[in-house]
Ligand binder design. Structure first.
Ligand code: CP
Ligand code: NVA
Length: 301
């Protein structure tokens, strides 16, 4: 049994195996109806709990559909409707759920909640986003990059905007997959200093994107950020919007990614989202393929 808690806690060879398996499963399903089961049914007889303490569209649906394609069943649980949201400890919740289900995916606030769930669960636990990281997203992003432009090793990835949880998982991935990562954003919104060895900072977005193979951004206000910070963050981040002028300075075949949901014409213009560099819909689809491979890895199947 293996957990999937963070990219830097999974070995490069295991990460590569997951990406390759995800790509193979995607190819095997090409041209089949969305609802069709996979030929391989490794989750048959398995029950997966999907716990959400924050909103979700992609994570919820992609895990749910992915489990079903692999022959398993799911139970989608909202944190506030569980005793977990009313005082029961995470450890006790983990022990109880482990008697009913074969795998737990949790989206939560503090990283400590995820870590405690993993410590006390006797079944694998998958990180479906915390305030600090979003590893499943970045596995889908690596898969998407390689599907379009080949191996990511040695490539230049530029993140423009807030140094948030999605950025942190990109930073972990930069080391494990051996690519260059440049952060461009305002100093107050710099990433966690603990990640400093994993990327470089260039304050001028126009300089940062030169020679970029991939340009990435994310919302300026994450789910864990106070709404009261909205206006200040918008003012700080306005100069880091990904627009046509910025994309034009990246490599001609550069890709644009965003984990979504996007705020059109804030962090990215509609012209970039819907333009020739954008691979955001493939990126969203690949969440499902990547997570199917992550679940197989966790269950040793
Ligand atoms: N990218 C992502 O995790 O989207 P959701 O919040 O819709 O799950
Ligand atoms: N950084 C965003 C990602 C959403 C998928 C958030 O945490 O709200």
């Amino acid at each position: 049994m293996k957990h999937f808690l963070d990219i830097h806690e999974t070995s490069p060879s295991d990460l590569r195996g997951i990406i390759d398996n995800a790509a193979a499963m995607k190819t095997a399903r090409a041209d089949r109806p969305r609802g069709a089961l996979d030929d391989d049914q490794p989750l048959q007889g398995h029950m997966v709990a999907l716990i959400f303490e924050k909103p979700s569209t992609r994570t919820r649906v992609s895990f749910d559909v992915g489990v079903r394609q692999l022959g398993g069943q799911t139970m989608v649980l909202s944190g506030k409707d569980m005793q977990l949201g009313h005082g029961e400890t995470i450890a006790d919740t983990a022990r109880v759920l482990s008697r009913y289900v074969d795998l737990i995916m949790i989206r939560t606030f503090e990283e400590q909640t995820l870590l405690e769930m993993a410590e006390y669960a006797t079944v694998p636990v998958i990180n479906g986003l915390t305030d600090r990281t979003h590893p499943c997203q970045i596995m889908a992003d690596i898969m998407t990059f390689e599907e379009h432009n080949g191996p990511i090793k040695g490539k230049k990835v530029v993140w423009s905007g807030d140094g948030n949880n999605v950025f942190a998982s990109f930073a972990h991935a930069a080391k494990q997959f051996d690519f260059e990562l440049v952060f461009t954003g305002p100093p107050p919104l710099d990433p966690d200093p603990a990640l400093a060895d994993l990327f470089t900072i260039e304050r001028d977005p126009n300089i940062a994107v030169q020679g970029a193979d991939l340009v990435v951004t994310d919302t300026w206000v994450s789910m864990h950020d106070p709404q009261s910070a909205r206006e200040r963050r918008h003012n700080q981040l306005r100069g880091y919007q990904v627009n046509d002028t910025l994309m034009a300075q990246a490599k001609p075949d550069a890709l644009f990614m965003h984990c979504l949901p996007a705020h059109r014409d804030d962090e990215v213009t509609s012209s970039v989202m819907d333009g020739p560099h954008s691979v955001i819909w493939d990126e969203a689809e690949n969440r499902m393929h990547a997570q199917k491979a992550i679940m197989r890895y966790c269950l040793g199947k």
